[in-house]
Write a protein that binds this ligand. Structure first.
Ligand code: ADP
Ligand code: MG
Length: 355
């Protein structure tokens, strides 16, 4: 058979490239929400309200009381690689804030209708702006795309509507709004436990009751009690360990041997970013296996802080995957601490049953 003629190579149109890149960062509504929560926390907010319609596919709205965005910055807010958090490549190793690549809002603006209402302390009014494909757009034909002054309180409200409206294949992949809402609640719950000093609410649009609600003043254990119920909270003990050699500090709340669930709940924060780690999860489950009935699983919340220079946060745009130096050694120390704690709790329990 004759070889087929080679097809000519052509550059993809820029809007196609942008949509592909955005779809890699924001795979599901929960990922957009995670970025928005991290931005709000970065802005020093002490109050965070989330409203959701149709599992976040119709509406994702987050209102904070943070420092707001300068009116002059609104024009470039949603451009790719615009950020207030990183100036030089070297800053990557000492970065203390959640976001740093300036990609989140840009990505969202390529795959959803994005609008922002924001007010800084210095501003006499709030400003409202609407975005599409990284740029300011006018809300109605014939109107100006420039930010409009409106009444509003200090802080920022970000509204994301019709996520993936222009990526039909992705949009079709979501079969159940309630499944997406459950994932959103899980994400909000993680940050609501972790972010001491910040109040959180999350509810469905039009509903008068919040599905998650924690007040600003609640301590970590109270936060866990509100969200994961007293049956879990009553069986938790603190975990505290640090190690200079491996440059880390770890604190958290872990269930004792009285608590045994069907599945592991692992709330894992590395340098204040919610991350997944199947390696850490597996090590923890193995540690608990000798203390729990067969098939029993623990509840573990870990706030792990590692010297920024040892963490490679730059591995993937989604930043869900975090790698750090001496993973094995650090995990071993944490699991030793868990083991110590479980043995201790065992003895105190036998004391308590005597009284
Ligand atoms: P990054 O967080 O990586 O800087 P983003 O696209 O998430 O990138 O945000 C871009 C910039 O917009 C941030 O650096 C910040 O200055 C500003 N910003 C975003 N969300 C908020 C918010 N809720 N409050 C104040 N500023 C915000
Ligand atoms: Mg960000």
């Amino acid at each position: 058979l004759p070889l087929p003629a080679p097809r000519r190579i052509k550059a993809l149109a820029q809007d196609v490239v942008n949509k592909i890149a955005a779809g890699e960062i924001i795979v599901a509504p929960e990922h957009a929400l995670k970025e928005l929560i991290e931005n709000a926390v970065d802005a020093g907010s002490t109050s965070l309200e989330v409203v959701i319609k149709e599992g976040g596919l119709k509406l994702l709205q987050i209102t904070d009381n943070g420092h707001g965005i300068d009116k002059e910055d609104l024009a470039i807010l949603c451009e790719r690689f615009t950020t207030s958090k990183l100036k030089a490549f070297e800053d990557l190793s000492s970065i203390g804030t959640y976001g740093f690549r300036g990609e989140a809002l840009a990505s969202i603006s390529h795959i959803a209708h994005l609008s922002v209402t924001t007010r800084t302390k210095e501003s006499s009014c709030a400003w409202r702006a609407q975005y599409s494909d990284g740029k300011l757009v006018s809300p109605k034909p014939g109107q100006s795309a420039e930010p409009k002054p409106i009444a509003g309180r200090g802080g920022t409200q970000i509204t994301v509507e019709d996520l993936f409206y222009n990526v039909p294949s992705r949009r079709r992949a979501f079969r159940s709004a309630s499944e997406e809402y459950a994932k959103i609640l899980d994400m909000v719950a993680r940050y609501a436990v972790h972010c001491a000093g910040v109040s959180f609410t999350c509810k469905k649009h039009g509903s008068s009751t919040a599905d998650i609600s924690v007040p600003t003043a609640a301590g970590t254990l109270d936060r866990i009690r509100q969200i994961h119920k007293a049956t879990v909270a009553n069986e938790l003990v603190t975990l505290n360990t640090e190690n200079e050699r491996w440059g880390f500090k770890c604190e958290g709340w872990i269930s004792n041997a009285n608590h045994s669930a069907k599945r592991t709940t692992l709330l894992l924060f590395i340098n204040h970013r919610s991350v997944e780690s199947s390696v850490i999860k597996k090590a923890i489950e193995q540690t608990y296996a000798t203390f729990l009935p067969k098939g029993g699983r623990p509840f573990v919340y870990l706030n792990l802080e590692i010297e920024p220079a040892r963490v490679d946060v730059n591995v993937h745009p989604t930043k869900r995957e975090v790698h750090f130096l001496n993973e094995d050694e650090i995990i071993a120390i944490i699991c030793d601490e868990i083991r110590n704690s479980l043995s201790k709790v065992d003895t105190s329990r036998s004391f308590m049953t005597q009284s």
